[in-house]
Design a protein around this ligand. Structure first.
Ligand code: 5GP
Ligand code: ZN
Length: 111
């Protein structure tokens, strides 16, 4: 499958990895929208949030976000989690992923 995030999870495309476990890879976004902008990407391919029926994996993805926030020391000041879904949701890469944004006040970003 010609999916850029599948190739990132298999490391066929290089990325700046901040954390990894058996189910996820957390990498720096190539076009950061905040001083800290991390993508948490499941190693298994789901094209959107809607395709993922694995509640355990969805919970584990949030748990990974907590670990990333703690590792990057943005947990106390705060951070934002976003899953853009389909075109009007702003999704551009059709492999499920979660954004973790931090490092500046984010109020107002979501309109
Ligand atoms: P979406 O708009 O689908 O929610 O988010 C896709 C994100 O992936 C964007 O923030 C974009 O900057 C990021 N992105 C796209 N291609 C690459 C890449 O090759 N490497 C990295 N690290 N991020 C990417
Ligand atoms: Zn994929």
């Amino acid at each position: 499958m010609d999916c850029i995030f599948c190739k990132i999870t298999t490391k066929d495309i290089p990325s700046a990895i901040v954390l990894e476990d058996d189910k996820f890879i957390a990498i720096k976004d190539i076009n950061p929208q905040a001083p800290v902008h991390i993508l948490i990407i499941p190693k298994k391919h789901f094209s959107t949030l809607l395709e993922c029926k694995d509640k355990g994996l969805l919970g584990d993805m949030l748990s990974m976000a907590n670990q990333v926030a703690e590792k990057l020391d943005v947990n106390k000041k705060g951070f934002r989690i976003t899953i853009n879904t389909n075109r009007e949701g702003g999704q551009t890469v059709f492999h499920l992923h979660m954004h973790l944004l931090a490092g500046r006040p984010l109020s107002g970003v979501m309109g």
